[in-house]
Design a protein around this ligand. Structure first.
Ligand SMILES: Cc1cc2nc3c(=O)[nH]c(=O)nc-3n(C[C@H](O)[C@H](O)[C@H](O)COP(=O)(O)OP(=O)(O)OC[C@H]3O[C@@H](n4cnc5c(N)ncnc54)[C@H](O)[C@@H]3O)c2cc1C
Length: 402
């Protein structure tokens, strides 16, 4: 058994946990981050770095360096419905240092944050170390139990943070109240080869055969195919050939490229969850990111909300650590700052599920473009507003060193 002591112990080395760990350490707080995997190489988490997150990196002084990592720029979001193209959001209208979504592999982003953090002597990242539970004394959380490569580890901390994602084990251990909002869709997630000279923008294509999202990742398209929840087994039973035919029916240009899908192992299932804690904290414990609010993939906002949660928590709690351990009212201040953005974003996602996606997936023989798309397409000002809502979020967070 190894015993450690720190000011803040964070479970989860995803966007929320690493960013919070780095920003607290940058303010002189002693931090230990636990990550159950040995590295960040997991291809199952999305790659969108939004203008708000890029702006935060600019405020930290790292934007130019971050953008030396391989990425593709998405300046506009477009969707093609039954052959008609509609512009939905135009990020070039945003007055920010990087007015686009940077499509960057998430492991590169996490590696970048971890490299910056490791330069600080008061930051420690324990990889291959899985949080297993909370150490509680008289109703107060005082630490985290974990299993590392060398056996069990107990980490005592003034504050513990659950940033261990949407299946958070610490959230479950805390018994904080979770509101399950539910989602009517799940998503198949796969790669198809991308030929040079293909349209460089990421895009969505919908018709009576379904809806396909393609994210430009340079050599390949990262593709997402939403479908009605509960039908994954039926789709698989119909066979891979039928699945490929369906993709080609949505996007005939991909007819040859679908041959790249050799087995169902090449097609990952993302079970969409939408939920949130009604209370993000208890004495000694705070939940942030997906652990506090799992988002639908609509808008690709999950990474960005997680980073914004981290920035707000670090800004609010950093100065508190210099005076002692954070109290419940400090943790409440983090929820008060961030909950509204998560709640309203989820409400917009749920509306998009009900009004756009589910009707499109149930369209039958013909899919007429919804009227709202025609209105948005006609007015560039609305595309600018949507770019602000998606790219900056409802509560963008900023950073200034004290
Ligand atoms: C297939 C897929 C596609 C997505 N696409 C996008 C997208 O394009 N854009 C977008 O913004 N969002 C996307 N998302 C959502 C996005 O990945 C999340 O919202 C975001 O990563 C949340 O960040 P987080 O740090 O809160 O949690 P996570 O990214 O889930 O990170 C949690 C971390 O904790 C670790 N962990 C878990 N349990 C433990 C434990 N017990 N002990 C120690 N470590 C633990 C995990 O290994 C992980 O590294 C996608 C999600 C999926 C599944």
């Amino acid at each position: 058994m190894t015993d450690l002591e720190t000011q803040c112990c964070i479970a989860g080395g995803g966007p929320a946990g690493l960013m919070l760990g780095y920003l607290l350490a940058r303010q002189g707080v002693d931090v230990v981050v636990l990550e159950k995997h040995a590295d960040f190489l997991r291809d199952f988490r999305g790659d969108t770095v939004h203008p708000s997150t890029l702006q935060l990196f600019n405020e930290l002084g790292y934007l130019d360096e971050l953008l030396t990592l391989p990425h593709q720029k998405t300046e506009r979001i477009k969707v093609t419905v039954s052959g008609q193209e509609f512009s939905l959001a135009d990020f070039t209208q945003l007055n920010v240092p990087a007015p686009y979504i940077a499509m960057m592999p998430q492991w590169d982003l996490l590696d970048f944050i971890a490299r910056k953090a490791r330069k600080l002597s008061n930051f420690k990242l324990l990889q291959s170390t899985e949080a297993t539970g909370l150490i509680e004394n008289g109703g107060r959380v005082g630490g985290i139990t974990a299993i590392g490569a060398g056996g069990p580890v107990n980490i005592r901390a003034d504050l513990c943070v659950a940033a261990d994602g949407r299946n958070s084990c610490l959230r479950a251990a805390s018994k904080l109240p979770l509101k399950d909002i539910g989602a009517p869709i799940d998503v198949f997630w796969f790669r198809l080869p991308r030929q040079d000279g293909n349209n460089s923008e990421s895009m969505g294509t919908a018709n009576a055969s379904g809806f396909l999202v393609q994210i430009n990742r340079g050599e390949y398209w990262q593709c997402a195919l939403p479908f009605l929840k509960g039908s994954a087994d039926h789709i698989r039973l119909d066979g891979l050939a039928a699945f490929k035919t369906r993709i080609a029916a949505i996007k005939p240009q991909l007819t040859a490229d679908v041959a790249a899908l050799k087995s169902w192992d090449d097609v990952k299932l993302l079970t969409v969850q939408v939920n949130r804690l009604t209370r993000w904290y208890k004495d000694g414990l705070l939940c942030i990111g997906d652990a506090a609010h799992a988002m639908s993939p609509i808008g690709g906002v999950g990474i960005n909300l997680a980073v914004q949660d981290a920035a707000a928590a670090a800004r609010i709690l950093g100065p508190v650590f210099s005076r002692g351990r954070p109290e419940i009212r400090n943790l409440k201040a983090v929820q008060d700052r961030r909950e509204r953005a998560a709640r309203i974003t989820q409400a917009i996602q749920i509306t998009a599920h009900k009004r756009v996606l589910v009707p499109a997936l149930n369209a039958g023989k013909h899919l007429d473009p919804p009227k709202i798309l025609k209105v948005i397409n006609r007015f560039p000002q609305i595309q600018g507003l949507l770019a602000r809502a998606i790219g900056m979020g409802l509560q963008p967070e900023h950073w200034q060193d004290k």
